[in-house]
Structure formats: structure tokens, C-alpha cells
Write a protein that binds this ligand. Structure first.
Ligand code: AMP
Length: 427
């Protein structure tokens, strides 16, 4: 095997987040925190590594993630450690470990951070990527499913996305899934040769995955296959009707997609995906995926606790966004252009005074010409330029230029901060 590690490049499939993308991501995160606050969700931060068994026991041994995508290593204590491939397992582990249910019967959590999967990388699919995810613990009722779906759509809209499609499905529960699975196997068994190689291989342990296989041959077959809702038990059918009724009341449009299975084993009843038809996403157009996982808390050693949640990929979101949105809010609002070293030094207290008012300011320290400094101001896209020259300083004034209107005026140094504050407020 060729050794890439000598070449001092980023690890394959991982990327550096540089400006302006880092700023766009930050803006997306800011909006995310704000929308989640409105829904009453609180942030949790769990470690980026966990013991490997957590993932094999929760995500499932027969899933692509656990079978072939995890970054797993042995640490110095000879323990098997895995870089988290998703956020739910860690959140559930923390929920159980800290016996959160004792303090509060209902918890609305969210997390935001990097995840790691050794996948075949391409545009929109990376080996380190960011997810924003939510988990609602303690609510078995369909209202929680509908709430998190309304939230995922609201988040995407707040980020500026428009061409969205919410796909929903029900997978049944431990009671009715076996009958559905048996019905599906009975349908697929005589047609096994028609399946793609991957599906033929996983048919034995995970026949449901055939339903969301992207290969044309499997898709054609799955269209004729029995759907889970036809096999739903009374409880699952009532839950499903409740979810659809709440979505209607919340005015969230959705498309029922009986093939929606998702790649993780822990889902029960509701599953959903948010797809974007805009931007530069191409085939990787699933922005978020989620569902109900009523068995997972119990499976990981906690008391039986219903739960529902989703995870949204932030890189996909950035690709789906029009280039100019969200705006580069963090770049300098004001650029100082100074003529000569004494003017630069005299500008320093003015710069600090503006910064202490929360205004983003930049100034050049390299003794560049006024022309170059003006060019830079243009590139940064600031609203205001403050020109500081020695003669004006003698009179204790500076020149303030509004970039949008190309108008300028002299302002006494003592009034500068208040003047700029006012200008930024009205621009
Ligand atoms: P999952 O955890 O597989 O249900 O994925 C939820 C969301 O995370 C997806 O809809 C994507 O937006 C995002 N995602 C999953 N895997 C990747 C990846 N390898 N690269 C970028 N985004 C991803």
C-alpha cells in the first residue's frame, strides 16, 4: 500500500474548512442554535470517541457503518475505541449513564459536531463531516415525531433552502415488523437472482435494506414489494395516523414513501428524510434523516424510554445553499485606511473603541498604499471606510466614507464611534 502519510496532506476524504466556507458554516450554526432555542431544545456535547461496542450494539452489526465504515483503533489501555460515526449512540449513552430520566421525564437535546465514516468520498460525502442532530427522550406519542419533522423543515428554511421534500414512512415495531419482514422475504426469495450483488449478500440478515437500494434492478423490484404500513399492528397504525394528522395541523407538507428504510438498525415506527432539490447537491441530496427509536435506550441499559430524532448534514446544507447565503456576516464592517505610520498608530485607539462596541474592524499594518488599502476594503465588502491622514488628525477629524453610496464626510474623532454605530444601524 502506498503511504500517503509522508506527503503532509489532509487525510483522504477529510478537508480543511477555510474562509469563506468556515464563515458560512459558522453562520449556519448560529441560525441552527437560534431555531433550536425556539423549539426548547438544549445542547449536549459528548466525546468524539466512544468504546466500539456502543456502536456495534446500537447502530447494528449488519449495517454498512459498523461493517465497513468505522475508524476504530486500540488505545494505550488496549481498549477498542471508535471515532463516532453518528451522534445518537453517544447521546443515548450519556442519557443512560447520567440517569437523566430521573431528573426529567422529557428531554429535548441537540448536538452539533464532527462525525467520522470511512466512506467512498465524493462531493457531499466526506470522511469527516458535521451533523446537527436532535433527540427527544420520553415521549411515545406521535406529536413528538411531528414536532421534530416540523423542526427539520423549519431549520432548512431558516438556512434559506426552498426546494425541500419531506419523505415519511413507518417501519412498524417489534410486534409487527417480524410479520412484515417475513412477507418481504417471501416476496423477494423467488426473485433473489434479480437483486444487485450487495443486496443478495445482505438479504439474509437485513432484507429491508433492499427497499432503499439505489440500484435500478432493486428499485424496480421494491416498487412491487409489500409495504410496511400494510402490515402495521393496531398501535403502529394509530401512531402513523397521529403523525400524519399532526403534520397536517402543523402545515408541514410531506410525501409518504413506503420504501424509506434508512441505514441504521435502531429505528422503529416512523422514519423520515429531508431531501433538497436545489443547489449543487447532485445525487447526495438527502439533507437530514431520522426517525423513532423506542428500543434503543433500553437496549443500551437504560429504562424503557421512547425516543425520536434526526441528524442533518451541514456540508450538504452548504452545498444546497445559494452561494451568497448566508451572508459573510463575520467579515469586517469597517476598514481603516491610514496614510503614513503616525496615522496608523493614531488610528489604533479608534479601532479599539469601535471593537468594544461590537463592530468588526480591520486595519493594515504593512504600510500599504492608500490605493491598496481601498482595494482591500472593496474585497472585504465592508460598509464603511475610515480614512485617517496626518493633516486631518491635526484638526482632530477623520473622513468617513459610506461604501454603498460612495459619499464621505469629515467627522470629529470624539464623535466617530457614535457616528459609525448610527451608520451601520441604517445601512
Ligand atoms: P445518517 O446519520 O446516515 O442518517 O445521515 C444523516 C445526514 O448526515 C445525511 O442526510 C447527510 O446529510 C449527512 N451525512 C451522512 N453521512 C455523510 C458523509 N459521509 N458526508 C457528509 N454528510 C453526511
Amino acid at each position: 500500500m502506498k503511504d500517503d502519510s509522508e506527503r503532509l496532506q489532509s487525510v483522504k476524504g477529510m478537508y480543511d474548512l477555510l474562509p469563506p466556507d468556515s464563515l458560512r458554516l459558522r453562520e449556519v450554526e448560529r441560525i441552527g442554535h437560534e431555531v433550536l432555542r425556539r423549539y426548547g431544545y438544549v445542547e449536549v456535547r459528548t466525546p468524539v470517541v466512544e468504546y466500539t461496542t456502543l456502536f456495534s450494539r446500537s447502530i447494528g452489526d449488519a449495517t454498512d457503518i459498523v461493517e465497513k465504515e468505522m475508524y476504530t483503533f486500540t488505545d494505550r489501555d488496549e481498549r477498542s475505541i471508535t471515532m463516532r460515526p453518528e451522534g445518537t449512540a453517544g447521546a443515548v449513552r450519556a442519557y443512560v449513564e447520567h440517569a437523566i430520566h430521573k431528573a426529567d421525564p422529557v428531554s429535548r437535546w441537540y448536538y452539533l459536531g464532527p462525525m467520522f465514516r470511512h466512506e467512498r468520498w465524493q462531493r457531499g460525502r466526506y470522511r469527516q463531516f458535521h451533523q446537527l442532530g436532535v433527540e427527544v427522550f420520553g415521549v411515545a406519542d406521535p406529536g413528538a415525531d411531528a414536532e421534530v419533522m416540523a423542526l427539520v423543515v423549519d431549520l432548512a428554511r431558516a438556512f434559506g433552502l426552498e426546494e425541500l421534500e419531506l419523505k415519511v414512512n413507518t417501519l412498524g415495531c417489534a410486534e409487527c415488523r417480524p410479520a412484515y419482514r417475513a412477507g418481504l422475504v417471501a416476496f423477494l426469495e423467488p426473485r433473489r437472482e434479480l437483486l444487485c450483488e450487495d443486496c443478495q449478500r445482505r438479504f439474509g440478515h437485513n432484507p429491508l435494506r433492499v427497499l432503499d437500494c439505489k440500484q435500478e434492478r432493486c428499485r424496480a423490484l421494491s416498487l412491487e414489494a409489500p409495504s410496511p404500513v400494510e402490515h402495521a399492528c393496531e398501535g403502529c397504525a394509530a401512531h402513523w395516523q397521529g403523525v400524519l394528522a399532526d403534520l397536517r395541523a402543523l402545515e408541514v407538507a410531506c410525501e409518504v414513501d413506503a420504501r424509506l428504510v434508512r441505514g441504521l438498525d435502531y429505528y422503529s415506527r416512523t422514519t423520515f428524510e429531508l431531501v433538497s432539490h436545489g443547489g449543487q447537491l447532485g445525487s447526495q441530496n438527502t439533507l437530514a434523516g431520522g426517525g423513532r427509536y423506542d428500543g434503543l435506550v433500553g437496549q443500551l441499559g437504560g429504562p424503557p424510554t421512547p425516543a425520536v430524532g434526526f441528524a442533518m448534514g451541514l456540508e450538504r446544507l452548504l452545498l444546497a445553499l445559494p452561494e451568497d447565503r448566508p451572508a459573510l456576516a463575520s467579515l469586517a464592517q469597517v476598514v481603516f485606511v491610514t496614510r503614513g505610520e503616525p496615522a496608523r498608530r493614531a488610528a489604533l485607539p479608534m479601532v479599539q473603541a469601535l471593537r468594544s462596541r461590537g463592530i468588526a474592524v480591520e486595519l493594515d499594518h504593512r504600510g500599504m498604499s492608500v490605493k491598496s488599502q481601498m482595494k482591500r476594503a472593496d474585497r472585504v465588502g465592508c460598509s464603511v471606510v475610515v480614512l485617517v491622514g496626518e493633516d486631518e488628525l491635526q484638526r482632530e477629524v477623520v473622513t468617513v466614507r459610506r461604501m454603498a453610496t460612495s459619499t464621505q464626510e469629515e467627522v470629529p474623532v470624539v464623535e466617530l464611534a457614535a457616528r459609525i454605530d448610527g451608520l451601520l444601524r441604517t445601512s
